[in-house]
Design a protein around this ligand. Sequence first.
Ligand code: ATP
Ligand code: MG
Ligand code: FE
Length: 345
Amino acid sequence: ATVLAIETSCDETAVAIVNNRLLRSSIIASQIPVHSRYGGVVPEVASRQHLETINEAIAQAMEQAQLDWGEIDGIAATCAPGLVGALLVGLTAAKTLAMLHNKPFLGVHHLEGHIYATYLSEPTLEPPFLSLLVSGGHTSLIYVNDCGDYKTLGETRDDAAGEAFDKVARLLQLGYPGGPIIDRLAQQGNPQAFSLPEGKVSLPSGGYHPYDASFSGLKTAVLRLVQQLEKQQQPVPVKDVAASFQDTVARSLTKRAIACALNHGLDTIAVGGGVAANSGLRQHLQTAAAAHNLRVLFPPLKFCTDNAAMIGCAAADHLNRGHTSPLTLSVQSRLGLTDVMQLYH
Ligand code: ATP
Ligand code: MG
Ligand code: FE
């Protein structure tokens, strides 16, 4: 199926057209310059920016794909999880287009979209596989059984990986969003300069959870380290701190993902979300996967962070199976991946 998809769950106004796993056009209008003044995403500002940008983005996506409305089989938009006001802009635009052009309408779960990003560069990939989803709001290991059929095997108990990058960047006064900035600095630093805690999750029965992670202790350890250096009136070696932090996150995620794949008999790990762009994670995971004869897939950088192509790819798969959403579907700030099928008739 050919789908026009809209993504407005956070700070990217994105519209794309995909034909199943084939990208026809992709427009991403980032609001990062607007929000970086505030050091993070301001929900009301995000909604207003989406509203101002959405119509132009839709027109550009149609223009870039060189398609007319008769060639579009369905209209989709992210409906959960995310910022309610932001989601509403995209969802309302999609419903309006669906009514106007008499097309099926589909709401899409944002995280299912991040999982589907891998198919855009690996169209022959088929489930089952393990998804390592590492984004600004989530850090999960997901057993992908089929379209709409997911089981979360591990997750963070506190901060998401991307959130940890953003918070550490803020305490080092590096700017927003922190991930790409830390990544760049880390490549010039020594990852062994400082020993930081990995953040293990204890089990009541003793030992540690094999797949769950915790990143808030790591963030606090970086804060303590910086405070200590400042107290001793020593300059903070920002590149070494960045490299040590990034290395700790990358090793933690790699260890859990590899153990999870091996224990569940899965031969492929598909990484998704903004932190999938991280060079340290890419290196660690690729090396470890090769040592265990596992395949690891990273989407191209532009499909790691938020985009509408991944939403369209998920929607096309649902539409091919006859799944459509009622026009009464509403947005939800929180929704588990196990509840994806609630979105469809
Ligand atoms: P969610 O998908 O959970 O709702 P989100 O959509 O805000 O959250 P994404 O857009 O997938 O998250 O990713 C944004 C996050 O990725 C930010 O936290 C950002 O710092 C992080 N990020 C982006 N590039 C990199 C990088 N190279 N290294 C580490 N983190 C990165
Ligand atoms: Mg974003
Ligand atoms: Fe996202």
